[in-house]
Design a protein around this ligand. Sequence first.
Ligand SMILES: Nc1ncnc2c1ncn2[C@@H]1O[C@H](COP(=O)(O)OP(=O)(O)OP(=O)(O)O)[C@@H](O)[C@H]1O
Ligand SMILES: [Mg+2]
Length: 352
Amino acid sequence: MFFGSKPANENDIRKALEVLPHPQRGGSLGALAMIEGVVLKNGEATFVLKLFEGDQALVPELRKLSEKAVSGLPGIKAARAVFTAASKSAAPRKAPSVFQANHLGKIIAVMSGKGGVGKSTVAANLAVALAQKGLRVGLLDADIYGPSVPRLFGLTEKPRTENNKMVPLEKFGVRIMSIGFVVEEDTPIIWRGPVVQKAIRQLVEDVAWGELDALVLDMPPGTGDVQLTFVQSTPMAGGVVVSTPQDLALIDARKAIAMFRQLNVPVLGMIENMSGDIFGVGGVEAEAKRIGEEFLGAIPLALRLRETSDAGTPIVAAEPQNPLSESFCLYADRIWKKLEAPSSPRSMASHK
Ligand SMILES: Nc1ncnc2c1ncn2[C@@H]1O[C@H](COP(=O)(O)OP(=O)(O)OP(=O)(O)O)[C@@H](O)[C@H]1O
Ligand SMILES: [Mg+2]
């Protein structure tokens, strides 16, 4: 059977593994970043698969699936899967404690992986759209590197303190708190694990949020320790992933999704931002389909969106009739419906 076909190399083996569907997590082994390494020696292939926490029981199934796929490649005499526990980089030695947040309603994290794709713009407009539905909404600017919510909402005043708690500023029906209110601009801060924990605790617990139906988190760019700490120490209802359509941004979006999945936070959906001629159209929808997550919709590259943001009035508040605002409201509706649905959003989104 091997006549005429070139013997497989390590790259071929990796590719064969990448496309295999995970038996339970919706998405391929490649999309879930499970393949840690491949070694091929004298026709004998050994590959390392990284398990997600709680997936130990799936080892026999994963072994069968992967070894079968690899041993079917030309020139492979034997295939052996080795499993490692949940990744060390993504699972810190000591998980941070989860904060008391029952009064905060559904906590929704807006994440992207890549910077500058429009997370803050999307988070701000989704928050206003949810508030326009009559919900009690908070917006927490968790971007400790470059808070932008104060600018997006045209807020320059400092929040007052009452009974040792900071009172969020309220605008367009949204209760807003930002690390930017408490930290001087241009003050470099070195954010390490314990400091991040403390900052998050302050923003979540030491703020007089009152009773909320939903709290939208505008996350800092990336999928490093800071994001991990945030997601782990705050009881999340779900995550929204924003990406621009081009490949490079999608690679980072994939990392954001992998992080949510690893921490068992349901992915509420993906939004394509800055959709249009420059970055292309449809990349995020195709990716969402590929990995089995819901595509919420696209927001085109539009000057007006930038202008309203710069003016300190999110477009949903400034021009509710604008089709861009209608899109944000539609996506907010979709997200809220998923959060209200009795079954978990994950099982609804993944195609079995
Ligand atoms: N659809 C859009 N059309 C035009 N401009 C946009 C669009 N979305 C966002 N922008 C503009 O792009 C810039 C970056 O957006 P934004 O700050 O929301 O991104 P971000 O992902 O939060 O960035 P960071 O990673 O720095 O936090 C802003 O100037 C914003 O006004
Ligand atoms: Mg931002």
